[in-house]
Design a protein around this ligand. Structure first.
Ligand SMILES: Cc1cc2nc3c(=O)[nH]c(=O)nc-3n(C[C@H](O)[C@H](O)[C@H](O)COP(=O)(O)O)c2cc1C
Length: 174
């Protein structure tokens, strides 16, 4: 038997990966936190469900983001899933805007864990960070969901091909 030596495949260029990911339509969320280390919030599309037992989702956070140290130190957060008319908030929380200016827009109230809950959002998941795994430039935050808010009538804000789309009416399921 001959053992062929197979060279490991080089990974694809980062920009090619980013361009391909632009084709992955995603819900838009504002991740908030408030606690002894301060109040912060940022926009994230890298959010998904992990398991329903215990109810857990994950959030990928760039370690170079200004919010990183405060959010991980507080260890409590809220995932506010935006409704179709909340694109302005996504841009505010996704840029280099000072934190006080971000929270001056929108209506916020403290959730049970202190993290700001957004009025009019499609959903709010109040969480405690249960585990963190670092991969490349990002931390993957595993977040146990301790309380929920869901607006059954809300529309959805979708980020696709570097543009926003509001699903303002429910389309016919395929
Ligand atoms: C639509 C959109 C989606 C984003 N998704 C993520 C994400 O999933 N994870 C992340 O770390 N940053 C994401 N960002 C970037 C952060 O929101 C941004 O870096 C954050 O506001 C931190 O910026 P700062 O360092 O100025 O505070 C996204 C930005 C936008 C506009």
């Amino acid at each position: 038997m001959s053992l062929a030596l197979v060279a490991p495949l080089p990974h694809v260029p980062c920009q090619d990966f980013r361009n391909a990911m632009a084709g992955l339509a995603a819900a838009v969320n504002i991740i908030t936190s408030d606690g002894p280390h301060g109040r912060v919030g940022f926009t994230a599309t890298a959010v998904c469900s992990v398991t329903d037992d215990p109810p857990t989702l994950l959030v990928c956070l760039n370690r170079s983001a200004s919010v990183h140290s405060v959010l991980t130190a507080n260890a409590e957060l809220c995932v506010n899933t935006l409704a179709g008319d909340q694109q302005g908030l996504s841009n505010l929380f996704g840029g280099k805007t000072p934190m006080a200016e971000r929270f001056a827009a929108g209506h916020w109230r403290p959730g049970q864990n202190g993290a700001p809950l957004l009025e009019g959002a499609a959903a709010g998941f109040e969480c405690r960070i249960s585990r963190t795994v670092d991969v490349g430039t990002h931390d993957v935050l595993f977040c146990e969901v301790l309380a929920l808010k869901r607006d059954d009538d809300a529309s959805a804000l979708i980020y696709f091909d570097r543009n926003y789309y509001g699903l303002s009416t429910y389309p016919t399921p395929l």
